[in-house]
Design a protein around this ligand. Structure first.
Ligand code: MN
Ligand code: MN
Length: 240
């Protein structure tokens, strides 16, 4: 069951009308990393989630995302309300589609459920959600740099902060699971092998150097310097 209260989760007070910024903000209404994507994604994931606690968390966050969607919609409305007809109509998207929020991104691309991931595997979904929240954080971060309106900045900073909170919640949920690997089968071979398949030019004339780091450090990883020799020897079949 859902009910609605006629009060946004956090105040939305836009100072100046700004149709161009309203179009940019649509990214968070009907875009890939927007609030509608987040809300529908966590909602649909909850049905396939047999972990009672994480299912509850998915529903709590999905409902919060719906509150965020309402806030972004109100911001778009306020950014357009009272705009000079000419000023609003300078903006292609609103002049063609009407002066309210649309389920489209900032470029006018229609929202699609293809952007939603619900794999039926909790580990895979949680990893995806962490990445999705990073995308949402980044989008708000960029939007905050695109406006000088203090009211817009305040609301967007609140939303950005909540996306960081969600990212941490999903990370904690993932860490709490005993099973850290998606799917059901355990890996068999080459799990800790690093293939150095992108090498430097050899004479210092390449476009980059071979870098070492925690992702291929000795001790944890078997660093194979010329893997093509090893791999081609491995797959060599009977001679014709
Ligand atoms: Mn959100
Ligand atoms: Mn979120």
């Amino acid at each position: 069951m859902f009910t609605h209260r006629k009060k946004p989760l956090f105040p939305v007070k836009v100072g100046e009308v700004d149709p161009k910024f309203a179009q940019k903000l649509l990214e968070q209404f009907g875009g890939r990393s927007g609030e509608f994507t987040a809300m529908t994604e966590y909602f649909v994931q909850s049905f396939a989630c047999s972990h009672k606690g994480i299912r509850d968390m998915l529903l709590d966050i999905a409902t919060e995302e719906l509150c965020h969607l309402e806030m972004v919609g109100l911001m778009v409305e306020q950014l357009l309300r009272g705009a000079e007809r000419e000023a609003a109509y300078e903006d292609t998207l609103f002049s063609m589609m009407g002066q309210g929020p649309q389920f489209a991104d900032s470029m006018g691309n229609a929202w699609t459920s293809d952007w939603i991931r619900s794999s039926g595997d909790l580990v895979a979904d949680l990893r995806h959600n962490i990445s999705a929240e990073a995308g949402a954080k980044m989008a708000y971060d960029r939007l905050i740099h695109m406006t000088d309106d203090p009211g817009c900045k305040e609301t967007l900073t609140y939303l950005m902060t909540r996306e960081i909170s969600h990212q941490r919640m999903f990370t904690s949920a993932l860490q709490s699971l005993d099973q850290k690997m998606e799917g059901t089968l355990e890996p068999k071979t080459d799990l800790h092998t690093y293939y150095n398949l992108s090498r430097d030019g050899g004479n210092g004339d390449g476009i980059g150097s071979d870098e070492r780091g925690p992702w291929n450090a000795d001790g944890e990883w078997l660093f194979v310097d010329r893997p093509e020799d090893k791999l081609s020897a491995k797959v060599e079949g009977p001679k014709p």
